[in-house]
Design a protein around this ligand. Structure first.
Ligand code: FMN
Length: 459
């Protein structure tokens, strides 16, 4: 009998993608160069409006195939959750309420190959340079698993990893969330933080890693909640951190206490090569992988993949948080025009006077990266910048409907902020009064007839 967990591997998901859409995976059989070629292909492909997963069979001299752009389309997030695309955010938000404890296994495919000691050489993996300005080759799909130094609770979070040597990486904890907090507490005692770095897993594992919940929640249990079954894990070989048995590749190592070295620049979601880094140092003690491992990359910078990985979980989380206070919140959108991180649009049904500003305050408290919150009524399509700007043009007066909070904590990767401080703007573009003019509309049956005629004309 096959293990039920086999359904939650990267490879099982890639098979689902192909079953869902025969054009869902673009296979590049020609040999490509390790540096720049995969990023260049994905960035050029974005311009054509297509966004399949890209599977490079031969990258440089690496024995591993490389898969990238898995998260370049929201359709695939929905596929991973098993819901239609229009249910994606609601489904994600509801799964965040559920946790299932992981199941401990003796071993698993992640230990098919175990390299330790002198055999540890990061040059063995197809770790590539992505953009001209990057300081070196980077692992961009690195989900770091660490344990709270006081409670042992496990955290999973993405962190860029610059290759600095055979067994040495540089990283940045600029999100200043749980791992940053763990490292701060461990460093006060002069202790390293042991970590496992997961490269390549089923999207539901990744979604657990993107979860931003309380520091007391074990994120392996969050992954279990996402999957609807326990995540199967096994002991790390050189670190006291458990690893998922179905991952493709895992690096084991430690974040070295009180050590800082230059890291970056690196092409970030802002569209700039960012020089800002917390400059942490990682020493690798083991590389483990499945015998036929697939190396999964994420094209960094302002690619659709990188930015939608920021937008989708943030929309789900903020929608959930806002609804706890304001059940009339109907939708949340982190638009690409705001890098999917710095700006947010919120739609509310019939907001009470002043409620838009309260909702904006909740959003700023929930997500330190935000610098602009625009609140609109629920008749506005917040997934279309033009509709939001139309609401601002026709329902907002700058002297009354704009508020600015000065010198608040912001995203350090925003190149315009000052030493981590930023201004935050609220735009209330909701209808100012109940007797506001009505939007013009058309009869539904006339719209249907028009659509049928257009279909006949244009196909
Ligand atoms: C592709 C990708 C790369 C990321 N890289 C970093 C990074 O290098 N440093 C960082 O601090 N946060 C990075 N983040 C954001 C954190 O991983 C994210 O905020 C995470 O949810 C934090 O988890 P936590 O709340 O459990 O601490 C990245 C996110 C994504 C999607």
């Amino acid at each position: 009998m096959s293990r039920p967990s086999q359904a939650f591997t990267l490879r099982s998901f890639l098979a689902n993608v192909e079953a869902d859409d025969p054009h869902g995976i673009l296979r590049i059989r020609d040999k490509v160069s390790l540096d720049y070629d995969p990023s260049a292909l994905v960035m050029e492909m974005e311009k054509t409006g297509h966004s399949p997963v890209v599977w490079f069979e031969k990258v440089g001299d690496s024995p591993f195939p490389v898969v990238t752009n898995l998260y370049g389309s929201r359709r695939r997030y929905a596929l991973a959750l098993g819901v239609p695309e229009e249910r994606l955010i609601e489904e994600w938000a509801s799964r965040n309420d559920r946790t299932i404890e992981p199941a401990m296994c003796k071993t698993g495919p992640i230990h098919d190959v175990v390299l330790t000691g002198k055999k540890v050489d990061l040059g063995y993996l197809p770790i590539m340079r992505h953009f001209n300005e990057d300081a070196g080759p980077y692992i961009t799909n690195a989900i770091v698993i660490a344990k709270d130094p006081d409670t042992g609770v496990r955290n999973a979070s993405f962190h860029r990893m610059q290759v600095k040597g055979r067994n040495r990486l540089g990283t940045s904890l600029h999100s200043r969330r749980h791992l940053w907090n763990y490292v701060q507490r461990a460093e006060e005692r002069g202790e390293d933080i042991p970590i496992a770095v997961v490269i390549g897993a089923h999207p539901l594992f990744t979604f657990g890693g993107l979860w931003k919940g309380p520091i007391t929640s074990d994120e392996y249990a969050v992954v279990g909640g996402m999957m609807g079954k326990p995540l199967e894990i096994t002991a790390g070989r050189t670190v006291p951190v458990e690893v998922p048995i179905d991952a493709e590749i895992v690096l084991e190592g430690r974040i070295i206490a009180n050590k800082r070295e230059p890291e970056g620049p690196f092409a970030e979601f802002t569209g700039y090569a960012s020089e800002r880094s917390t400059q942490h140092v990682v020493e690798i003690s083991a590389i483990t992988h499945r015998k036929d491992a697939i190396y999964q990359d994420i094209v960094p910078g302002i690619s659709d993949e990188h930015t939608s990985l920021l937008a989708v979980p943030s929309e789900a989380r903020l929608l959930r948080t806002l609804r706890q206070h304001f059940p009339n919140t109907t939708a949340v959108s982190y638009p690409k025009s705001g890098t999917c991180r710095l700006h947010v649009y919120i739609a509310m049904r019939k907001p009470a006077p002043g409620q838009a500003k309260n909702a904006a305050a909740v959003a700023f408290g929930d997500d330190l990266s935000l610098k602009l919150v625009v609140i609109v009524d629920d008749d506005v399509n917040i997934f279309d910048d033009r509709d939001v700007f139309w609401a601002m043009a026709t329902r907002m007066q700058a002297d009354e409907d704009i508020d600015i909070i000065r010198n608040a904590m912001g995203a350090i990767l925003d190149p315009s902020n000052h030493a981590g401080m930023t201004a935050k703007m609220i735009i209330d573009a909701t209808r100012p009064s109940a007797n506001f003019p009505k939007r013009h509309t058309l009869p539904a049956d006339a719209v249907k007839r028009a659509q049928a005629l257009l279909k006949k004309a244009f196909g």
